[in-house]
Design a protein around this ligand. Structure first.
Ligand code: CS2
Ligand code: MN
Length: 365
């Protein structure tokens, strides 16, 4: 397991590279060019700039999250080919600087969605919260305001330029079914996966968060069955998964341990975080500790250990604790605590398998 940490870029993050390198076992940043609109080609100078900033602190840039997919590609419009051509040139450039994994998602219009960015927990911390009944009643624009209002920093997946055209975006998706979305995704994969293969990059789709339809928009990267279907669309190691335990775990029917055992050779990037799902379907992000939520984090780390996971992992989100002022979900403290929990589990499983191996040796001798 190779630990990495998301960094939003100079002037766009409350956490510095200097802090990141002090978290035990963190070897690289997970990065993006957040100001470049989806569909545009990334300039090489900007890519090299991030590489140089990271390497000044001894950190690598192997994992990009995300190169966002233009809405016309998800919609399957004729203009998609132009945006796919730009995407391909970006993949090639990222390959040239040694990037190994590109995370992306295929959610129509919205990326991750929550109804409350700072929901208070009894211990005084706050965290991202999703209230199922609230989302049914509200105007999508209200959701955009909830998510973007408290922050002067960019919110990934919630770019104001794009969301300013919300009405026409919804209009464009009218009549677009899950089947359409699958076939538009397949078209995209057929174009980009061969390029990724040649560039030494694994494309790793992020599951939908939450893993069900919102505002009547189709969502397909939601379950074990659908992940299986996704992988079969293009059978190559370069067509792979960012397995996010928190996103998938918002639906208690999703058995993430089973997914790791089934898909392990197609998971180059793990997002490991916990959520607590309530009986009515609402959920709140919690600490990483297994007992604090409803996702079996210890079982997940064990499954990665048992399957010999050598990919990248990040703690994904954290709560806001100790009064930290930060981008929602992306403070330093709780994510760093999460990393230490993940390492604790990992090292214990390593020790256990070493002990078992030496016992076996004794028996054989
Ligand atoms: C995050 C996402 O919701 C999550 O779990 O990891 O915001 C993720 O960064 C994007 O969906 C990836 O494209
Ligand atoms: Mn995630």
């Amino acid at each position: 397991m190779r630990m990495v940490f998301r960094w939003f870029g100079e002037g766009n993050d409350t956490v510095s590279l200097d802090h990141i390198r002090q978290i035990p076992g963190v070897e690289g940043i997970v990065w993006s060019l957040h100001d470049i609109p989806a569909g545009e080609e990334w300039p090489m100078e900007r890519i090299e700039e991030v590489r140089d900033q990271a390497s000044a602190f001894g950190l690598h840039i192997d994992v990009v999250e995300s190169v966002n997919v233009h809405e016309d590609i998800k919609l399957g419009l004729p203009s998609r080919d132009r945006y796919i051509a730009n995407y391909i040139r970006t993949i090639e450039k990222l390959g040239q600087v040694g990037v190994k994994v590109i995370c992306y998602n295929f959610m129509p219009i919205f990326d991750w969605a929550r109804t409350d960015m700072f929901k208070a927990a009894p211990d005084g911390s706050t965290a991202l919260f999703f209230e199922k009944s609230k989302i049914h009643g509200i105007d999508p624009m209200e959701l955009v305001r909830t998510i973007t209002q408290n922050s002067s920093l960019t919110m990934p997946g919630w770019e104001p330029e794009r969301l300013a055209h919300l009405t026409s975006l919804f209009e464009a998706y009218r009549g677009v079914t899950e089947e359409d979305l699958w076939s538009n995704l397949e078209y995209f994969l057929n174009a980009v996966v061969p390029v990724a293969e040649k560039s030494g990059i694994r494309m790793a789709i992020h599951p939908d968060d939450p893993p069900w339809s919102i505002f009547g928009l189709p969502r397909i990267i939601t379950s074990q069955e659908n992940l299986r279907k996704f992988l079969s669309l293009y059978d190559s190691p370069a067509n792979s998964l960012t397995l996010c335990s928190g996103s998938l775990g918002a639906n208690p029917d999703n058995d993430i341990v089973s997914m790791i055992h089934e898909f392990h050779d197609r998971i180059p990037f793990a997002h490991i975080r916990n959520v607590r799902v309530f009986e009515n379907g609402d959920f709140i992000e919690t600490s990483h500790r297994t007992q604090d939520g409803t996702v079996d984090i210890a079982g997940i780390v064990q499954a990665y250990h048992e399957t010999g996971f050598t990919g990248y992992a990040r703690p994904d989100h954290g709560r806001h604790i100790w009064g930290e002022q930060c981008r929602p979900g992306y403070g330093l403290y709780d994510r760093a605590l999460g990393i230490m929990y993940l390492w604790g589990l990992w090292d214990a499983y390593t020790r256990k398998s070493q002990d078992q191996a030496s016992k076996l040796k004794e028996v054989v001798q």
